[in-house]
Write a protein that binds this ligand. Structure first.
Ligand code: BES
Ligand code: MN
Ligand code: MN
Length: 461
């Protein structure tokens, strides 16, 4: 009955819900770029304003050392459970801009093969403004239909895409304010629109930057080449030696704490529908690659990785310049799984990288942000509520999956607040998060808005 009420309200207000999201997507809230400082503030204010309109008792913009956290709450009865919603209003940089079919901050709706009812194209549409805003609209529906069954707290941050450097301190300083029973997050994916799923794990992250220095200046590659180490050649060799022929990572101790899954657990995981040919087709690749003896889903879900995110040095301008560069750089990240620890892995990487450097160069390793992996227990009340909610909304029981991405703050929610997180995401992996032409299906947006109140209903029971 309540479900019907919610669906009716949603169908009446569909267009406005989409227009409001469109307005939010127009603000380029790129946390990585300091020149967007005002846009960050503007977005935080817009989110706060929308929460007030949706019916919270109070909403505030909480300053941190970095970008502010938007906090809001609706307390209907202190004796009832409290759902703490987490999301982020910041987005990734949109580059490379020339690969976008429409400007990243001028949202347009277009149909695609996977989204026949249309998708909204804009940076942040799926990750995470679109998914975060579903929670604001679901809250509005529960308020307007008198179906909010428990208390709600919203914590929407502006630094997720840069590793949440301020939110950790903020939650430690606001433990009282954040008292609740569960964290609810929509910032992950489902398998497909006809195959609902819920992530029950996230990988951790250790992100490093390396600098390799050879001679004290760029040299003529004819005069000196062959006799002096070329830092780019050396760096490439060092990077290549981080994997063996089976695509195992060679850093000593790297796998020591990796939790291995039982055959039964792996068989269970393998039941999730997955079409390797569709996967290859979507990415335009002829073949996949990865760690020997693991499937593609295992490679992204339960196994750690090491990847170069960027590499530079030397001459990259037009034409040919003969030069033996003085320096080479790379950004290298490792995705971690339980029970690896990002500080420990950073140290192992650093010692290994220094140890394999030839005497002809000097290597500097600088750790960037990190984050710990998480697993969400599937037998908890929260997970069951999410599972029931999706079952009602999709007409199918969702499949538990292990997501390959990272949301570093989730491990801290557990450590500092003692709260489990429910990763009830509605995007698709093919929605081009962090890539050009990011989009979010209208089906997904509305389905999320429909599902969230059902989560509250089951969680409050
Ligand atoms: N929403 C993503 C994480 C994600 C995406 C998890 C899809 C599962 C499925 C999040 O915004 C993100 O991009 N996180 C970063 C980590 C951060 C430290 C920059 C990531 O995973 O690279
Ligand atoms: Mn995200
Ligand atoms: Mn992201």
């Amino acid at each position: 009955m309540e479900h019907q009420l919610i669906k009716n309200y949603l169908s009446i207000h569909k267009e406005r819900f989409l227009n409001e999201l469109t307005e939010l997507l127009k603000i380029p809230s790129i946390s990585a770029k300091p020149e967007h400082k005002n846009d960050m503030q503007k977005t935080a204010e817009a989110v706060k304003q929308r929460l007030i309109e949706a019916g919270v008792d109070k909403a505030e913009i909480c300053q941190t050392k970095g970008y502010p956290v938007v906090y809001a709450e609706k307390i209907i009865d202190p004796n009832k459970p409290t759902v703490v919603v987490y999301g982020h209003y910041d987005v990734q940089p949109a580059e490379p801009l020339d690969l976008w079919d429409s400007p990243p901050f001028e949202p347009v709706i277009k149909k695609t093969d996977i989204h026949p009812e249309g998708a909204i194209f804009a940076r942040g549409s799926c990750d995470d403004k679109g998914q975060m805003y579903m929670h604001v609209k679901a809250f509005e529906i529960m308020m307007k239909t008198n179906t909010l069954p428990c208390n709600v707290k919203f914590m929407i941050e502006g630094e997720e895409e840069v590793g949440s450097p301020s939110l950790g301190h903020w939650i430690i300083e606001n433990k009282e304010k954040l008292k609740g029973d569960i964290i609810l997050i929509s910032d992950t994916s489902v398998i497909a629109n006809d195959t609902p799923s819920i992530d029950c794990g996230l990988r951790g992250l250790a992100y490093m930057e390396v600098e390799v220095t050879g001679p004290n200046r760029d040299l003529h590659s004819g005069v000196y080449g062959g006799a002096v180490a070329n830092p780019i050649n050396v760096l490439c060799k060092m990077i290549a030696s981080c994997h063996d022929e089976n695509n195992h990572i060679t850093i000593p101790g790297f796998y020591d704490k990796v939790q291995t899954l039982s055959t039964a657990e792996r068989n269970e995981m393998a039941k999730a529908p997955f079409d390797i040919n569709e996967f290859k087709k979507d990415l335009g690749i002829n073949d996949v690659q990865g760690e020997k003896d693991f499937t593609t889903n295992e490679r992204t879900g339960i196994r750690p990785t090491l990847d170069v995110n960027g590499i530079w040095g030397g001459y990259i301008g037009e034409g040919a310049k003969t030069v033996l560069p003085s320096k080479a750089f790379a950004k290298i990240s490792m995705r971690l799984v339980p029970n690896q620890n990002s500080d420990e892995i950073s140290k192992l990487f650093q010692s290994y990288f220094e140890s394999i450097a030839p005497a002809s160069v000097v290597v500097k390793v600088k750790p960037h942000h990190g984050g710990e992996p998480v697993v969400v227990p599937t037998n908890s009340k929260g997970f069951q509520a999410a599972s029931n909610a999706m079952q009602d909304a999709y007409g199918k029981k969702p499949i538990p999956t292990r997501g390959g991405g990272s949301i570093p703050i989730v491990a801290l929610f557990k450590k500092e607040l003692g709260l489990d997180s429910i990763l009830m995401g509605f995007g698709l992996d093919s929605d081009a998060l962090h890539s050009p032409n990011e989009h979010y299906g209208l089906f997904n947006y509305y389905k999320g808005i429909e599902t969230i109140p059902l989560f509250y209903k089951y969680f409050a029971q």
